[in-house]
Design a protein around this ligand. Structure first.
Ligand code: ADE
Length: 249
């Protein structure tokens, strides 16, 4: 997967992509990440990339020219057919909410171009005529799209086959399965009087599976009851949830 990131603050990306899983993905050639400095495409000698908004209003907006031209320069080497499959995503708090299913869809694409908005926002022509999608990572306002694009890249790259050790690791994720993950433990069995639940040490696989399923259901019921509406639940699951106060809607 080819990832192109367009930013006014390229230095912010030194670090997060050079560690851990993402670094391994890059080292193995499973992902290629290029950071493009939008300022290099500024039209004037002061390298201006922002301006006041027409009609008056607070803050500065990103000018269209450097953004259009930096994205076009990065994507033009791709054959037309491939280019059409590369989403151009603007990160902004007005975008559609980022979810695990979107990460999964993006992981299937040959690449993605991420535009990090800044200041009060970007000229609307970038949204209408350059970006093919607009994504928000949550209902809060960041100082810019840089951290949001890092979050998105992290969530997408780990889903590329071969990046995370076993497929199972990804499949069993919290959220991927539509429910929150049950508690998990490793050695030692007792640490400062804090014990691993005995069922997990019992060796009884049937009981362990039931314990995990029930913990998954309870945690989801307590923290994210909204997820239960679209989850695949068995009659047993429903019965168990109902005994814990779940009313079904
Ligand atoms: N830029 C500023 N806030 C953002 C958010 N919540 N998601 C994506 N991009 C942003």
């Amino acid at each position: 997967m080819h990832v192109h990131i367009f930013t006014l603050f390229p230095a912010m990306f030194q670090g997060p992509f050079h560690q851990s899983v993402i670094r391994r993905a890059v080292d193995r050639g499973l992902a290629r990440i290029r950071i493009h400095d939008i300022r290099e495409y500024a039209h004037d000698s002061h390298r201006t990339t922002d301006d006041y908004q027409y009609g008056g209003g607070p803050g500065m907006l990103m000018n269209p020219e450097p953004v259009f031209e930096s994205v076009e320069a990065a994507l033009s080497p791709y054959p037309e057919e491939l280019r059409r499959e590369i989403p151009v995503i603007l990160l902004s708090p007005q975008g559609r909410p980022f979810r695990q299913n979107i990460a999964g869809e993006l992981a299937d694409s040959p690449g993605m171009a991420l535009i990090c908005g800044h200041y009060e926002g970007v000229d609307e022509r970038i949204k209408e005529h350059l970006a093919t999608d607009e994504i928000s990572i949550g209902d809060y306002v960041l100082t810019g799209g840089e951290l949001a694009s890092m979050v998105l890249v992290d969530a997408v790259v780990r889903l590329i086959p071969g990046v995370v050790g076993s497929e199972e690791g990804v499949q069993g994720d919290s959220i991927t399965s539509g429910l929150l993950q049950h508690p998990i433990y490793t050695r030692p069995p007792v640490y400062r009087d804090m014990e691993v639940p005995p069922t997990l040490l019992s060796g009884n696989h049937g009981e362990i599976a039931q314990w995990r399923r029930r913990q998954t259901l309870l945690k989801t019921l307590n923290r994210r009851p909204d997820l239960l509406k679209s989850a695949e639940l068995t009659a047993d699951d429903l019965k168990f949830l109902e005994t814990h106060g779940y009313a079904g809607d």
